[in-house]
Design a protein around this ligand. Structure first.
Ligand SMILES: *[C@@H]1O[C@H](CO)[C@@H](O)[C@H](O)[C@H]1NC(C)=O
Ligand SMILES: *[C@@H]1O[C@H](CO)[C@@H](O)[C@H](O)[C@H]1NC(C)=O
Ligand SMILES: *[C@@H]1O[C@H](CO)[C@@H](O)[C@H](O)[C@H]1NC(C)=O
Ligand SMILES: [Ca+2]
Length: 344
């Protein structure tokens, strides 16, 4: 009983702290134009109110931990009550976040209409975020790439990182909220899934197309202590579907200290319904993702999203061996690409 309650208190404080100190969607807002701001304000009032309530919870918690020794039984009752309150808050937050992301999508469409008016008067085409960057779009966010009749490629919504290490990055994968399951089949991985503002896989077909010119890959990783590392690879390419979206990688650089993608170099892509790995096992089923499984992993960036408190005991999590090992599931991952020759 005592241990359980203590761990509940710990869990609650961690949740509260994480929320109070990292309201990502509050801080990361790009600046928008006037008509948009009214909507954003509505959203943020709601989020701010939730934030105040969580801060309040955190105050209650510290009071409680002082009272602990005096009145144990009543503390246990109160902690249980707090726990259910905090669960309710968490689900309201998820709601608020998705409402907010909808609003943002509408804003993005306005932004894009402006962008595309410009595009029409311009001679050279837009292939990816690096071409947008060259056209002076330096704000990170969602953009729409126009269809390319010559290449037969459809219109594509992408998220551009215009800040990191010179910008111009097209994000091909993101794990951050854990709201999108990544244990998907071949077709889903082929066409892409998830939400462009949240967790998503851009799609092997799109990634293949974007890596036909010499391309650089950047992988950013964050652990549950908030430490951030990266790995970069020159000559990142994903083959076509006939070649099972085989991965190729050039030289590694970065500060994560371990080249955990190299083991996956020159291997085909596997999903739960298509076993292309180099193993008797079915790696995609063991590691619960779609990836360039070898036998099986030195990294598993499309694995299962495990939350804080539950992130250290599974082999199918979002792992990067050599940083935190085979059973530590990371808090945030982004994979992004830009042409090798890009100069900001
Ligand atoms: C904080 O908690 C107190 C006591 O439970 C309550 O009276 C107050 O309304 C709460 N404030 C907020 C912002 O929820
Ligand atoms: C990788 O590094 C080696 C040695 O520095 C260099 O010769 C080679 O051209 C590099 N390969 C790529 C693909 O950049
Ligand atoms: C990855 O595999 C390809 C194909 O076998 C090879 O040419 C390349 O040198 C490998 N990359 C590294 C970094 O070893
Ligand atoms: Ca196999």
């Amino acid at each position: 009983m005592l241990t359980k309650t203590l761990s509940t208190v710990t869990w609650l404080s961690v949740f509260t702290l994480a929320f109070v100190s990292h309201p990502v969607w509050l801080q990361k807002l790009p600046k928008r134009k006037a008509p948009a701001q009214a909507k954003v304000a509505t959203c943020c009032e709601e989020v701010n109110e939730l934030k105040a309530q969580v801060a309040n919870l955190s105050g209650l918690l510290s009071e409680l931990s002082q009272k602990q020794e005096k009145d144990w039984v009543s503390v246990v009752m109160q902690v249980m009550e707090l726990e259910s309150t905090s669960k309710r808050l968490e689900s309201r937050l998820t709601d608020a976040e998705s409402k907010y992301s909808e609003m943002n999508n509408q804003l993005d469409i306005m932004q894009l209409q402006a962008a595309q008016t410009l595009t029409q008067t311009s001679a050279d085409a837009i292939y990816d975020c690096s071409s947008l960057y060259q056209k002076n779009y330096h704000i990170s966010g969602v953009y729409k790439l126009p269809p390319d009749e010559f290449l037969g490629s459809p219109e594509l919504e992408v998220f551009c990182d215009m800040e990191t290490s010179g910008g111009g990055w097209t994000i091909i994968q993101r794990r951050r909220s854990g709201l999108v399951p990544f244990y998907q089949d071949w077709k889903q991985y082929k066409q892409g899934f998830g939400s462009i503002r949240g967790d998503f896989w851009l799609g092997n077909e799109h990634i293949h197309r974007l890596t036909r010119q010499p391309t650089r890959l950047r992988v950013e990783l964050e652990d549950w202590e908030g430490e951030v590392r990266y790995a970069e690879y020159s000559r990142f390419a994903v083959a076509n579907e006939m070649n099972s979206y085989r991965l190729s990688l050039g030289n590694y650089s970065g500060d994560v200290g371990n080249n955990a993608l190299l083991y996956h170099n020159n291997t085909a892509f596997s999903t739960k319904d298509k076993d292309n790995d180099n193993c008797l096992d079915k790696c995609a089923q063991l590691r619960k993702g779609g990836y360039w499984y070898n036998c099986c992993t030195d990294s598993n960036l499309n694995g299962v999203y495990y939350r804080q408190g539950n992130h250290k005991e599974h082999l199918d999590g979002i792992t990067w061996y050599g940083w935190h090992g085979a059973s530590y599931s990371l808090k945030r991952v982004e994979m992004k690409i830009r042409p090798e020759g890009f100069r900001p």
